[in-house]
Design a protein around this ligand. Structure first.
Ligand code: LIP
Length: 267
């Protein structure tokens, strides 16, 4: 549906801000996914980007919950920049259990199950093992919130990491950013203002590929303590609207010590 729709004229609407875009394809894809999934699993709960925009409650409970972003990278989709995907996560007991991220334009399917590894088109993937900022390719995003105070922090964070890093990319899809780290195509990604549907699937893909997924330590806390545990996914709260994903604990720790978290109101 996305591949066919990308070259057609879009009916573009806006949501929370003038740059928070939605098209009829986002809505149609989400409807299709939920009708199939909830038809198969009627006792399960659901959280979807477009359902939430339409007024549905966005609450994560212990009930198995399908968390769906029908097009992650809607701005790319609207502009025909080939970096958008469908993101489907299943959380059980609030923990990511299944993650599926599909970029139909490049025909790339990332999958993961808890404890079962991570795959790209069926082949196992793993992170780069980069453990120092001076060797790292980074990804971050501005998101769709243009509030001056937060924009200043986002610019300052990018400024804080770029001197030492090999480079910094903004490519417009949180789920694909996490999968890029998982596949060793980049080494770390951080963003503030994302939602649970942007990260539910990609966080598991990255963790299963051997990477680190975490919230940021609150301002002033010691980053080295925060990243002491190897498996941070257990403690990752996807409702907190922030993510730091990295190939290694050492790299996550180095970045966390340089950037300032933004505490958005949780989902
Ligand atoms: C987008 C993200 C992107 C982020 C935007 C937005 P959408 O998702 O994946 O990385 O910067 O704020 O959340 O709106 O295209 O599904």
């Amino acid at each position: 549906m996305i591949r066919e729709a990308v070259n057609k004229e879009h009916n573009i609407d806006t949501k929370v801000s003038a740059v928070d875009l939605v098209t009829e394809t986002d809505q149609a894809v989400e409807k299709l996914i939920f009708s199939r999934l909830l038809g198969l699993y009627p006792a399960h709960a659901s959280i979807g980007e477009e359902s939430t925009a339409g007024g549905a409650r966005c609450v994560l409970t212990d009930t198995p919950t399908w968390i769906v972003d029908p097009i992650d990278g809607t701005t790319n989709f609207v502009h025909r920049y080939p970096n958008s995907c469908v993101s489907i996560g299943l959380a059980i007991g609030k923990q990511p259990a299944v993650g599926v991220v599909y970029n139909p334009l490049l025909d790339e399917l990332f999958t993961a199950t808890r404890g079962g590894g991570a795959f790209l088109n069926g082949a196992p993937i793993s992170v780069s093992r980069c453990d120092a900022l001076r060797n790292a390719l980074l990804i971050s995003e501005f998101g769709s919130d243009r509030k001056e105070e937060y924009m200043n922090i986002k610019f300052a964070n990018m400024r804080a990491v770029i001197n030492d890093a090999h480079g910094l990319r903004c490519v417009g899809s949180a789920a694909l950013n996490l999968c890029a780290i998982a596949a060793g195509r980049a080494d770390a990604y951080f963003e503030f203002g994302i939602h649970c549907w942007d990260v539910a699937a990609g966080a598991l893909v990255l963790s299963e590929a051997g990477g680190v997924v975490s919230n940021l330590p609150p301002n002033g806390d010691d980053a080295s303590q925060h990243f002491a545990a190897e498996n941070c996914l257990d403690r990752y709260d996807m409702m907190r609207r922030q993510v730091l994903g990295a190939s290694t604990v050492q790299l996550a720790r180095e970045i966390a010590a340089l950037i300032k978290p933004i505490e958005y109101t949780p989902d």
